[in-house]
Design a binder for this molecule. Structure first.
Ligand SMILES: [Zn+2]
Length: 239
């Protein structure tokens, strides 16, 4: 029987799982080595879906990881801005830089951040991922990456819920692990997250070029200044 969990439960499950999962050891190992190695299974993945709220989220929060894995067969699905004449073609160009298939939906994304019905967000996610099975799905963290962006949180909740209920079929779920001190500073990877990917300089530079040149963000923009050099992920667990 399918069960729907609220976002707080998902957040606690994820962070609890991270604490129990020996994430600190993995994080420390990767940091010490300064390498891009990920989990024990990261290199075995083949099919990966990245489901994000906006064009640019895939680059900011997971772009380095995608660049480090050209062998992955990647689908990037964005829930908003399909009809945005500026962002949509930029997204398609970014997807090509990642060697990924890009799919777009067009959920309302006004500045007032009116909450969307859960069913609408979930249906949109399913429309992007279809009924195929992935090795890994990556999406936003339960609390979003910025304080706050409701669409990020809604996307995370919908993807996690669909995955827990088995409707979104994937062996693994990773959620972006970033925090901005409640808005005090630009988002950075959470040190306790079980998966930490320290980007080699040339990988970060390519990621930064996508933000600056493909998406067109100015050097002084929040996005360009954010562009994390370390990417962090929580690992979802079905409980
Ligand atoms: Zn976004």
């Amino acid at each position: 029987m399918a069960r729907v969990r609220d976002s707080r439960h998902v957040a606690e499950t994820i962070s609890g799982g991270a604490r129990r999962g020996g994430g600190e050891r993995r994080a420390g190992r990767n940091r010490d080595r300064g390498s891009a190695e990920m989990t024990e299974s990261g290199d075995e993945l083949q099919t990966v879906a990245v489901v994000v709220a906006h064009p640019d989220d895939e680059t900011l929060w997971a772009g380095g990881t995608l660049l480090l894995h050209p062998e992955w067969e990647v689908m990037i699905g964005v829930l908003c801005r399909a009809s945005d004449p500026d962002r949509a073609p930029r997204f398609e160009a970014a997807a090509r830089r990642f060697g990924a298939v890009g799919r777009r939906a067009d959920l309302e994304d006004g500045p007032e951040q009116r909450p969307l019905p859960e069913g609408e967000v979930e249906a949109t996610v399913m429309g992007l991922v279809g009924d195929r099975e992935y090795d890994l799905v990556i999406t936003h963290g339960p609390r979003g990456e910025y304080t706050r962006h409701l669409r990020h949180e809604e996307t995370s909740r919908a993807v996690a819920s669909l995955w827990e209920r088995g409707r979104l079929r994937s062996q693994r779920l990773w959620l972006f692990a970033y925090e901005d001190g409640g808005g005090a500073y630009l988002p950075r990877a959470v040190a306790e997250a079980p998966i930490q990917v320290v980007l080699p300089e040339e990988v970060w530079e390519e990621k930064y070029r996508i933000i600056r040149e493909v998406y067109g963000f100015a050097e002084e923009s929040k996005e360009a200044r954010t562009t994390p050099r370390e990417e962090g992920f929580w690992v979802g667990s079905r409980v």
